[in-house]
Design a protein around this ligand. Structure first.
Ligand SMILES: [Fe+2]
Length: 239
């Protein structure tokens, strides 16, 4: 099974690294990361949105949120609960289901649904009305240090969003103490690869097509300029 994570250095994670990372993530990250709401034991709940459906307009419409949250996110929750019912996974918290099934070929469908539940909850928390723009001082200093300035970071983050081939996610994450821009395909996320995610943008077409059609870069730029919840990212960094 081929696993790949890309970042600005186009680093490829081998299966061995992936499996080591998954274990390390549970030990080093899982216990302290600020988990999105809904990470309780099964049945896995669809957590409430942190804001009203229309609160992100005009950058993300209530129409998009209605489908994205009400159909896609809810669908992953419902699928996951059906898949784990009556199994050893049924009593585990969401994050543990995700890390337990990561890299397991015969549990790929369970992983995909669990990770998509987790990723979407993390995505909603990554956004807020009147967000975006320059990050707070301490996080901004780390971004400056890692990327050479906010503008360079912004350009690289939008580029990661644009160049994730097909469905996936763009992330700001920490690996080995350093900030990194990471892109992951489908349901993959940095947590199961030994990194600490700070912030994410969903780049599946369902996240932006109703509002931006094929202009994924415009969607990513709008989120960075107007909606990114830097306080959530900073809290995850400090956790
Ligand atoms: Fe999505």
């Amino acid at each position: 099974m081929h696993k790949q994570v890309s970042n600005v250095d186009a680093h490829e994670v081998t299966r061995r690294e992936f499996l080591i990372g998954a274990g390390a993530a549970v030990a080093a990250v899982g216990a302290t990361l600020i988990l999105p709401r809904g990470a309780a034991a099964a049945p896995i709940a669809l957590p409430p949105l942190p804001w009203a459906d229309g609160a992100l307009a005009p950058y993300v419409s209530a129409h998009t949120i209605g489908f994205h949250y009400g159909k896609h996110h809810k669908g992953y929750v419902d699928n996951l609960n059906k898949l784990i019912a009556g199994t050893d996974l049924a009593d585990l918290p969401l994050e543990k289901i995700m890390t337990t099934t990561a890299g397991s070929a015969d549990k790929q469908t369970i992983f995909n649904n669990a990770a998509q539940v987790w990723n979407h909850t993390f995505y909603w928390e990554s956004l807020k009305p009147k967000g975006g723009g320059a990050p707070p001082k301490d996080l901004g200093a780390k971004i400056d240090q890692a990327f050479g300035g906010y503008d360079t970071f912004k350009k690289a983050f939008i580029d990661a969003s644009l160049t994730q081939f097909g469905s996936g996610w763009a992330w700001l994450a920490v690996k080995d103490g350093a900030l990194r821009i990471v892109k992951t395909p489908n349901a993959e996320n940095p947590l199961t690869q030994g990194m600490k995610p700070l912030l994410t943008i969903d780049v599946w077409e369902h996240a932006y097509y109703l509002d931006y059609q094929n202009k994924r870069g415009d969607y990513a730029a709008a989120l960075l300029d107007h909606l990114v919840n830097w306080e959530f990212a900073a809290a995850n960094l400090a956790a």
